[in-house]
Design a protein around this ligand. Sequence first.
Ligand code: PLP
Length: 382
Amino acid sequence: MRLYADHNATSPLRPEAREALLLALDAGGNASSVHGEGRAARRVLEDARELLARTLEVRADDVTFTSGATEALHMAMEAARSMGFSPVLVSAVEHDAVWAAAGVLWPQFETIPVSAGAMIDSHWLKERLAQLELGQKPLVIAQGANNETGTIQMLDKIATMARAAGGAMICDGVQMAGKIKSSSFTGLADWLVLSSHKIGGPPGAGALITLPGTPVINQRPGGGQERGARAGTENVPAIAGFAAAAAVACGDEAIDAYQSLTATERNAFELVLVRQVRVELIGQSVRRLANTSCVGMAGWEAARQVMALDLAGASISAGSACSSGKVKTSRVLAASGWVPAITRSAIRASFGWSTVPGDGQRLAELYLTAASRAGVTLHEKV
Ligand code: PLP
């Protein structure tokens, strides 16, 4: 039995999502067609929008479906760019989906520094916003939770500061959804982005959720799908699966159960490691997601750890999934001030809905066995 501890990369498909996906896939139809099949597909699409909106307690009119978070983030940034915000302040720990696009859209963007726990420096932000020139409208781009360390950012505070300065905010909420209660992150950012495959929905769907009145400006000419906001035939089966996954994952009771299950296993994993070897538990000093553990262990390169664990039957990740396979240090950890010995060795274990009791202990044992098999001399705890 393999042990899957890479939910922050992609969470396995939930049964409820699979059922909704297959139903819509079998039904077929193009949601833009006027015939019976088309109207049925449109109904599935609009039902999914209503369900997602109801689950998150937002307005269905403010939900635009996309192909995933990357596209939704780009749409938000493109809309913000066309509105002329300046300065553009981007947190140093944003995912590449934001970081790389921001560099293209605003070559002069300013970086908001972070603490050792990857926590966005709100004092820096406050001071920067206090220095705005007359007539400047700032844009703040800040994630809700970090994919590598699990750090939960102080969104409320950041959003309040951005608004008080007459600006706006884009929030990458990908890692918060299904992990913390949605009431703590909806209604704050002008543009909020979510991804289906991170909460147990199928890949290929995401959502851009705006505050009432915030524009979504279509940058790609084509069909007038999503009320003109996004051209391209909607992936109705994936969207139906996304909404079904959100309905089971994002309610308050589901979040309580998720946090209790994953924190128990995550803490067990970390406890075994801490007792036996010298590790750096990154983000431990700040509020972090219950499911995520980011462990730095100087002397064992992260990519090798991932391969050794894979051979041993467990799936973890080195930094972000998008960078695994390539041996590069973690930009997030480097920005958080960690030394190369740690940024090169840090791995992430992320538990989730399919985690079972005992997984944390088992993963730690597999990890220590794999290390000793690899001949790695781990620093004994003193
Ligand atoms: N933002 C964060 C924080 C992520 O973890 C990811 C996925 O790794 C993305 C954005 C991109 O999401 P998607 O795969 O839906 O484009």
